[in-house]
Ligand binder design. Structure first.
Ligand SMILES: Nc1ncnc2c1ncn2[C@@H]1O[C@H](COP(=O)(O)OP(=O)(O)O)[C@@H](O)[C@H]1O
Ligand SMILES: [Mg+2]
Length: 249
């Protein structure tokens, strides 16, 4: 089943185009990695998928079951207040709100959902703690638990490992991979190429226009990948073991 279908999307602000001719589908079970240079419009695209900004052209078609606000969203760091003065459990349970709009209180079912997801993300013991006192890795797991309260189907994550150290990053990607194997579709923006792409099955690369959309295996053979990876290696010494890891699978 196709969850989201983007056709000839054109995105930008105040009449200024950021990126255009974007065409891709997100299908049930997918793990789509979105990559591109800084300022390419990755976060703009994620916000468009979340209905937080309106496309200048083209269309985004949602499957009926996804349209009911059944998307969990983990915004880019700078869009979520790190020093938010709330407890872990308050933040996690607020993820249930996107389903039914604002309500003055939470149902028993919401509380149960929050509890289950805190346990799943291993932050249940931290539930009474203040969010801002947690480590970066713990904070991301709390936000993941929050996003899961909105959905068991589709998660959108915008550079979720920024600022996390290598070990915590690997743990976080492991959690995402487990969720994906359990049936949660994932759309993730990342510039941490090798680790992020390692678990994905599809790649979308955007710039001023769409550069590539297709399977990861096709991407790894493409000129787009070679050029982008080369450019990246020059900047951040990306390791190059993804090819071998990929062929071992
Ligand atoms: N709210 C906004 N208003 C106007 N321009 C914006 C806004 N948000 C982002 N931009 C611009 O849109 C372009 C793409 O930004 P963004 O989607 O955040 O890129 P990326 O996430 O790929 O780094 C950038 O040039 C950025 O300055
Ligand atoms: Mg961004």
């Amino acid at each position: 089943m196709v969850y989201i279908s983007c056709r000839d999307l054109k995105l930008g602000y105040d009449g200024e185009v950021v990126t255009e001719n974007i065409n891709f589908d997100v299908e049930e079970g997918d793990y789509l990695c979105i990559i591109g240079e800084n300022g390419a419009g990755k976060s703009t695209l994620m916000k468009a998928l979340m209905n937080l900004n309106k496309p200048m052209g083209g269309e985004i078609i949602f499957a009926e079951e996804i349209r009911k606000n059944e998307i969990g969203y983990l915004p880019q760091n700078k869009d979520f207040q790190r020093d938010f003065p709330a407890s872990v459990e308050e933040i996690v349970i607020s993820g249930t709100l996107s389903k039914c709009g604002l309500r003055p209180f939470y149902s028993k079912k919401d509380k149960k959902t929050a509890e289950e997801n805190m346990k799943k993300m291993n932050v249940y013991d931290l539930r009474k703690k203040c969010y801002r006192e947690l480590s970066g890795g713990q904070q991301q797991r709390v936000l993941l638990a929050r996003a899961l309260c909105a959905t068991g189907k589709l998660l959108l994550l915008d550079e979720p490992v920024t600022g996390l150290d290598y070990k915590v990053t690997c743990e976080f990607y492991g959690l995402l991979s487990d969720l994906n194997k359990a049936g949660v579709s994932i759309v993730m923006v990342s510039h941490d190429l090798d680790e992020a792409m390692g678990h994905s099955n599809k790649i979308l690369q955007i710039g001023r226009e769409q550069v590539f959309f297709g399977s990861k295996n096709d991407y790894l053979l493409s000129e787009s990948w070679r050029a982008f990876h080369q450019h990246h290696s020059d900047h951040c010494k990306a390791n190059t073991n993804i090819r071998s890891r990929n062929s071992e699978e």
